[in-house]
Design a protein. Structure first.
Length: 242
């Protein structure tokens, strides 16, 4: 597979995808026809226009899958696919409804370059169970695309002991996940991304990331870390996928 999984699409003080634009341009085929999946936000046209403005100066032709009467046919005509961020539950529900869940999964497994940001990065994991999002809709299943065998938590935030807000930290929530499920979780901080090519996976961007595994303290991973070992994970969830 050929994946670029971004924690975020917008970095503070920068334009859309600007913090990763060189990496994105190198990842996408030259003059690629890109199928953009905008379903994580309600304004599909506005979202697609934002992606066009960011990528078309690099020679990428952006086509929103919603602009076609047949989103799967639009995907089939593309040379790469990008699933943008927003609400992961709304996104996955739309992927099921349009038939794109199976179509994108199969195309990516067969080598179509897949780029995700935030919710689109969540889609690459086996399930939605480590999403930060509120379930504003109920998809048929939490099962996502399963392009990688481990979970990802985009926008990972570190605990702040001096914070007066005493709600659960992200670390506590991921620890709770591991109490019920035995599968690694990669916490991607802002500005970082995971690059997967065939049987290799490497951490890129600002880094570092944080890796959570059952029974072990969280592990700090500097930018450039080789995470290929995670691709051989055998995830064990608390109930079988549907």
């Amino acid at each position: 597979m050929n994946l670029l999984l971004l924690s975020n699409s917008t970095q503070y003080g920068l334009g859309y995808l600007e913090h990763a634009l060189d990496t994105v341009a190198a990842f996408l085929p030259q003059r690629a026809r890109l199928a953009f999946v905008p379903y994580a936000l309600a304004d599909h046209d506005g979202y697609t226009a934002r992606v066009r403005a960011a990528l078309e100066p690099s020679g990428v032709s952006v086509r929103g899958v919603h602009e076609s009467a047949d989103p799967v046919a639009e995907l089939d005509a593309a040379e790469a696919v990008f699933i943008g961020g927003g609400n992961s539950f709304r996104l996955l529900d739309a992927l099921y409804r349009t038939g794109l869940r199976e179509a994108v999964r199969d195309a990516a497994r067969n080598g179509l370059p897949y780029m995700g940001a935030s919710a689109g990065t969540n889609m690459a994991a086996p399930t939605l169970r480590t999403s930060n999002d509120m379930p504003i809709v109920q998809p048929p299943s939490f099962d996502a695309l399963g392009l990688v065998p481990f979970q990802i938590n985009p926008h990972y935030l570190d605990p702040r002991p001096a914070d007066t807000h005493k709600g659960e930290t992200r670390e506590e929530r991921l620890t709770e996940f591991l109490e019920e499920n035995d599968v690694p979780v990669l916490g991607l901080r802002e500005g970082s991304w995971l690059r997967v090519h065939r049987h290799a996976a490497h951490l890129g961007g600002a880094g570092p990331a944080r890796l959570f595994t059952r029974g072990n303290p969280p592990q700090e991973l500097p930018a450039g870390s080789d995470l290929s070992r995670l691709l051989t994970t055998e995830p064990r969830f608390d109930s079988p996928g549907r």
